[in-house]
Design a protein around this ligand. Structure first.
Ligand code: PMP
Length: 449
């Protein structure tokens, strides 16, 4: 190709030119086929090229694509808000639409701060979070993120928001095992609240299953009950960042449902438009809206394209497609099928240290020695190399955690479209096995570092 003017993630890297996608497969301009085992960035939840979505897009575009939310509401926006309220946990009934996950978490943070202001408390402005978390790239969202790699360049501009240890059972910082551990990592929240003072803390934010910064790190059953109880006792809102986990990725509409916990605010993104349109949302509890409705009656937020009818119509069509084809109820079984196959690969390739996750959000963490769990040295760039070997073998996997974060080793996520069939899962495993085999042959010499 001629000289490029497009700023890509790595400026001197070559990226294949995409031609089209169909279902779980993508085809580049040279005709090479890729199995999209990461749904892009855990986004293309219903696969590529779905005709119903394209039709909904066209139908809405013929009516009106954009109106400004300060001037009009629209049928797609109203319908989508009602639909999401019906589908999610009882108390979460209010939807604030934005265009990206980062905007959603940033909006959630601002709503939490405003909630306390409307109640006359102006000091509650900090948002606590966890190490190994990712809540977005804008400065507020990055301030809440414990992703060292993505924060590094902007540290002087970030708010000083304290973090606690993540529920990273594979490498428990306390060397204990759930459920006998007493959930010490969750109880760290209490300690930090006491140190800072609940009067200064608006909310605690967490991804139910840790994605980009950890690779499907899945907390034990009681974890969020402990977290929620501590938040309630100290008057701190609990924000569940479901930008990656929402819309069925882990087998339920919201992942929180599986931990029986009711957040005060939930953020949604990625699967909400399933890659067909940029759309995301902050989903707000009735009790959080109440003082705002009785107070200033407006939320200071929003972006020009928030709640545009075009994006809302597409998101509605995605939900209808999920419902009509009963896709979410099958996710758990599909996830188990894939996880069992991956556990078999783990026996063949001992550098797969951990296989974890919920539903179709599965993480693989790589180690030099499965007993000592020693990570590979970062200079080996295992995650990055493995991903490019995978791409050569026609399979796309997602770099997660440590490989990108530089603190805990290497990990990838396997998270194909939720529509994947058994035959396609077998194809996925075949391509992955060839990838591990090739990686092993080519790079095994590095294993004695
Ligand atoms: N929160 C979570 C949990 C995410 O996984 C991401 C994206 N990886 C974001 C927020 C940010 O979303 P976006 O990239 O759409 O801004």
């Amino acid at each position: 190709m001629d000289r490029t003017f497009l700023i890509k993630p790595v400026l001197d890297a070559e990226y294949p030119l995409i031609d089209y996608g169909k279902g779980v497969y993508l085809y580049d301009a040279e005709g090479k086929e890729y199995l999209d085992a990461s749904s892009g960035a855990i986004t293309a939840n219903i696969g590529h090229g779905v005709q119903e979505i394209i039709d909904a897009m066209e139908e809405q575009a013929k009516k009106v694509s954009f109106v400004y939310r300060s001037q009009f509401t629209s049928e797609p926006a109203e319908k989508l808000a009602r639909k999401i309220a019906n589908l999610s946990i009882a108390n979460l009934n209010w939807c604030f639409f934005v265009n990206s996950g980062s905007e959603a978490t940033e909006t959630a943070m601002k709503i939490a701060i405003q909630y306390w202001q409307e109640k006359g408390v102006y000091t509650k402005t900090k948002v606590l979070s966890r190490w190994m978390s990712y809540h977005g790239i804008t400065l507020g969202a990055l301030s809440m993120s414990g992703h060292t790699g993505r924060r590094a360049r902007f540290i002087p501009l970030l708010e000083d928001f304290p973090v606690i240890q993540p529920p990273y059972c594979y490498r428990c910082p306390y060397n204990k095992e759930a459920p006998d551990c007493g959930y010490l990592c969750a109880h760290e929240l209490e300690a930090i609240i006491k140190r800072i003072g609940a009067d200064h803390i608006a909310a605690f934010i967490a991804e139910p299953v840790i994605g980009a910064a950890g690779g499907a790190i899945t907390p034990p059953k009681e974890y969020y009950k402990v977290i929620k109880e501590i938040c309630e006792r100290h008057n701190i809102l609990f924000i569940a960042d479901e930008v990656m986990t929402g819309f069925g990725r882990t087998g339920t509409m919201l992942a929180c449902e599986q931990w029986d916990v009711e957040p005060d605010i939930v953020t949604l993104g990625k699967g909400m438009g399933a890659g067909y349109t940029p759309i995301a949302a902050a989903l707000v509890g009735d009790h959080v809206m109440e003082p705002i409705l009785n107070g200033s009656k407006t939320i200071m937020g929003g972006h020009t394209l928030s709640a545009n009818p075009q994006a809302c119509a597409v998101s509605l069509a995605v939900i209808e497609y999920l419902e009509k084809n009963k896709i979410i109820p099958e996710v758990e079984e599909k996830g188990n099928y894939l996880k069992n196959k991956l556990m078999y690969l783990q026996k063949v390739y001992p550098f797969i240290g951990d296989v974890r996750g919920r539903g179709l959000m599965i993480g693989l963490e790589f180690v030099q020695d499965p007993i000592k769990k020693e990570p590979f040295p970062r200079r080996m760039k295992l995650t990055e190399t493995l991903i490019s070997v995978a791409q050569e073998n026609g399979i796309l996997v997602y770099p997660a955690g440590a490989g990108t974060d530089g603190i805990n080793g290497d990990a990838v996520m396997i998270a194909p479209p939720l529509t994947i069939t058994v035959k396609e899962m077998d194809d996925l495993i075949g391509r992955l096995e060839r990838t591990f085999q090739q990686y092993y042959v080519q790079y095994a010499k590095n294993f004695t570092v």
